[in-house]
Design a protein around this ligand. Structure first.
Ligand code: NAD
Ligand code: MLT
Length: 312
């Protein structure tokens, strides 16, 4: 029997080698289908591999008569309707470890972009403005980083912040005093973290409970002049509340890799000079993309061979 695998988002060619090298697997990669074409064709496939662009919705899963497995080459599965997958007997696997390092490094780059105004200064210089006064920054040393969500990425960011001589305070429902002590950081409630941070970075998944976790009331609790980083998911921070908090001067800067609606070409937050942004690049490194594609490819092969998957 030949299994047909659809890869509908750009995945590392090197990473999908295991699939290409498996005899009874036929791959259709990036056929360029729009939503309607995807709906029309999904019933020809046994496995679907995606990154974050393809929305794996209930209508799609209900049309997917042959589909047995969806592989998400990355961490967040918020673009997949998990209830609909379960109801239709389709297993969902992800690659939870492969992009941790890249996402943590991107977060640190964003914190440093904020603290030293690097993107803004570069932009001014490109406009032929040599302006040293406007771009005076702040040191990270002895500033406090508030981490909301101390999972894989949050913990890696915390370690790197310690390397910058920052004090770190974190909130995560699963963080214990022992683990905090071991890491040389402080454990706090959400309120304590929001109150203490000179920089606040969020690293939770996007869930019902975390949607707009950082909202107008949360901004009220923060220090004046706080700087905010979101390299996790659009929607964890209420973008309208962030916009208002920047305009009012409460928030001095924000670095955003992810947005409530992606992709976009116009965004009101990007009209503010205090905002630096990247188009969801946290995991976009050669290394991370290869590892996540290898990981999901192996899980799909294992599943199709009747073996247990590693990351259901
Ligand atoms: P993880 O599961 O290891 O960590 C998430 C942590 O959030 C967990 O420790 C969990 O206990 C905590 N959490 C859950 N609800 C919370 C709440 N209400 N308050 C505080 N903490 C809460 O996941 P991870 O690998 O660290 O990834 C985190 C998120 O980053 C992913 O869900 C994904 O959406 C995002 N991500 C983005 C990129 C990117 O390209 N920008 C790359 C990788 C991951
Ligand atoms: C993830 O959840 O892993 C990220 O969104 C990375 C990505 O796929 O771009």
């Amino acid at each position: 029997m030949t299994y047909r695998v659809l890869i509908s988002d750009p995945l590392s060619e090197e990473g999908i080698k295991p699939l290409r090298e498996t005899e009874n697997i036929e791959i259709v990669k990036n056929p360029g289908w729009d939503e309607t074409e995807l709906l029309e064709n999904i019933d020809q496939f046994d496995a679907l591999l995606v990154r974050s662009q393809t929305q794996v919705t209930r209508p799609l899963l209900e049309k997917a008569a042959r589909l047995k497995i969806v592989g998400r080459a990355g961490v967040g599965v918020d673009n997949i309707d998990l209830d609909a997958a379960t109801e239709n007997g389709i297993i969902v696997v992800n690659a939870p470890n492969g992009n941790t390092n890249s996402a943590a490094e991107h977060t640190v780059a964003m914190i440093m972009s904020l603290s030293r105004n690097i993107p803004q200064a570069f932009h001014a210089l490109k406009q032929k403005q040599w302006d040293r006064k406007r771009f005076v920054g702040v040191e990270l040393k002895q500033k406090t980083l508030g981490v909301v969500g101390l999972g894989r990425i949050g913990a890696e960011v915390a370690k790197r912040a310690k390397g910058q001589r920052m004090n770190v305070i974190a909130y995560d429902p699963f963080l214990t005093d022992e683990k905090a002590e071991q890491m040389g950081i402080k454990r706090g409630t959400l309120e304590e973290v929001l109150q203490a941070g000179d920089f606040i970075t969020v690293h939770t998944p996007l869930l019902k409970e975390t949607r707009h976790l950082i909202n107008a009331e949360a901004f009220e609790l923060m220090k004046d002049g706080v700087q905010i980083v979101n390299c996790a998911r659009g929607g964890i921070i209420d973008e309208d509340a962030l916009y208002d908090a920047i305009v009012s001067g409460k928030v001095a800067g924000a670095a955003l890799d992810v947005f409530e609606q992606e992709p976009f070409t116009e965004h009101k937050l990007l009209t503010l000079p205090e905002v630096v942004a990247t188009p969801h690049l946290g995991a976009s490194t050669v290394e991370a993309q290869e590892i996540v594609a290898v990981d999901v490819s192996h899980d799909v092969i294992r599943f199709l061979e009747g073996k247990a998957v590693r990351h259901p």
